[in-house]
Design a protein around this ligand. Structure first.
Ligand code: NDP
Length: 300
C-alpha cells in the first residue's frame, strides 16, 4: 500500500477540541452556552443512534443539547410548530431535523421552516443559495468535513482537478460548490455520466458519494490522487461469522490505496468528521447570532 491514510477519527477529535475550547471562551467571556436542538420524528433505529451520538458529543464539548423525540404519527403542523418555537428560543443556536422523516411529512417544508441562521445542517434553501453563489452560509456537515480534510492535506486546493461522484443535495452538490469556491476545476459525475472511469482518472481530488459498495476501484484512480470516500455501505462479512455484516465505502480501499497518494478509510474517515462539523457549525451559528468572532478553521 502506498497511500497515506487520512485519519478522520483523529482529525475529528482535533475539531472537537477546537470547538470545546471556543465554548469555554464563550462561557467565560460572554456568559453564553451554545445550544443544539435535534428533532427526531419516529423510531428509525439508525436515526436514534445518530441522534444519541450527536447529543453525547454536544454535551462533551460543553454545549447544551435539547432532544425532541416525537412519535411517528405526529402531524406535520406540530413539527412545524416545534421548529417555530426553537427558532424563537434564544438558548437554541442550532436546529437539526433528523432525516428521514415519516412519509406524511414534507421534509423540504420542515427543513425550510428552520431559521437559516440556526440551520446547522445547511439544508435551508437560503443557505443552499448562499453557498452556490460563494457567499458566507451554513455549510452541510459532511462536505464541510471533507473540505477540512482536503485543506489539511493540501493547504491550497487552487487549480486542482476535482471529480465528485454523486449529485445529491446533501453531499455531491454542496461538495462541488465548496471545491469550486476553493478554486478547483470541478466535474460532477452521476449515474448517467459516460466513461466515468476515464473521468475519475483525471482527478487530483476524487470524492465518492454514491452509495454503491466498492464501486470505484484502483484502476479508476490517478496515481497520487487524494481520494475521499463518503460512502457508508453494509455488506455481508461471512468471515466474521454467519449473518455478520461489515462497513465499506464506495471505494475499493484495497486497490485504490495502492494507487492514491492519500485516502480516507471507511469506517474512520469522513463519518467521524460529519458530527464534528455539526458541533463546529453550532458554535459558528452561536457566534454569528451574538455578533462575535467565529472560531478559525471551523468554517468553509
Ligand atoms: P444519494 O442516493 O442521495 O445519491 C447518490 C448519487 O450517486 C446520485 O447522484 C446518483 O446519481 C449517483 N450514482 C448512483 N449510482 C451511480 C453509478 N453507478 N455511477 C455514478 N453515479 C451513481 O446518496 P447520498 O449522497 O445521500 O449518499 C451517498 C453515500 O454517502 C451513501 O453511501 C451514504 O450512506 C453516504 N453518506 C455518508 C455520510 C457520512 O457522514 N459519511 C453522510 C451522508 C451520506 P443520479 O443522481 O443520477 O441518480
Amino acid at each position: 500500500m502506498s497511500a497515506d491514510i487520512i485519519d478522520g477519527k483523529a482529525f475529528a477529535a482535533t475539531v472537537r477540541e477546537k470547538v470545546a475550547a471556543h465554548v469555554v471562551r464563550l462561557k467565560s467571556d460572554h456568559n453564553i452556552t451554545p445550544g443544539l436542538a435535534v428533532v427526531l420524528v419516529g423510531e428509525d433505529p439508525a436515526s436514534e443512534v445518530y441522534v444519541r451520538n450527536k447529543g453525547k458529543q454536544t454535551l462533551e464539548c460543553g454545549m447544551n443539547s435539547y432532544e425532541h423525540k416525537l412519535p411517528a404519527d405526529t402531524p406535520e403542523a406540530e413539527v412545524l410548530d416545534l421548529i417555530d418555537q426553537l427558532n424563537n428560543d434564544p438558548a437554541v443556536h442550532g436546529i437539526l431535523c433528523q432525516l428521514p422523516v415519516p412519509d406524511h411529512i414534507d421534509s423540504d417544508k420542515v427543513l425550510n421552516a428552520i431559521s437559516p441562521a440556526k440551520d446547522v445542517d445547511g439544508f435551508h434553501i437560503s443557505n443552499v443559495g448562499l453557498l452556490a453563489t460563494g457567499q458566507k452560509s451554513m455549510v452541510p456537515c459532511t462536505p464541510l468535513g471533507c473540505l477540512m480534510m482536503l485543506r489539511e492535506r493540501h493547504g491550497s486546493l487552487s487549480g486542482m482537478n476535482a471529480v465528485v461522484v454523486g449529485r445529491s443535495n446533501i453531499v455531491g452538490k454542496p461538495m462541488a460548490a465548496l471545491l469550486l469556491k476553493d478554486s478547483c476545476t470541478v466535474t460532477i459525475a452521476h449515474s448517467r455520466t459516460k466513461n466515468i472511469e476515464a473521468l475519475c482518472q483525471t482527478a487530483d481530488i476524487l470524492v465518492a458519494a454514491v452509495g454503491r459498495p466498492q464501486m470505484i476501484t484502483g484502476d479508476w484512480v490517478k496515481p497520487g490522487a487524494t481520494v475521499i470516500d463518503v460512502g457508508i455501505n453494509r455488506i455481508p462479512a461471512p468471515e466474521r461469522g454467519e449473518g455478520k455484516m461489515r462497513l465499506v465505502g464506495d471505494v475499493d480501499f484495497a486497490s485504490a490505496s495502492e494507487v492514491a497518494g492519500a485516502i480516507t478509510p471507511v469506517p474512520g474517515g469522513v463519518g467521524p468528521m460529519t458530527i464534528a462539523c455539526l458541533l463546529a457549525n453550532t458554535v459558528t451559528a452561536c457566534c454569528r447570532a451574538n455578533g462575535l468572532t467565529e472560531p478559525e478553521g471551523l468554517t468553509a
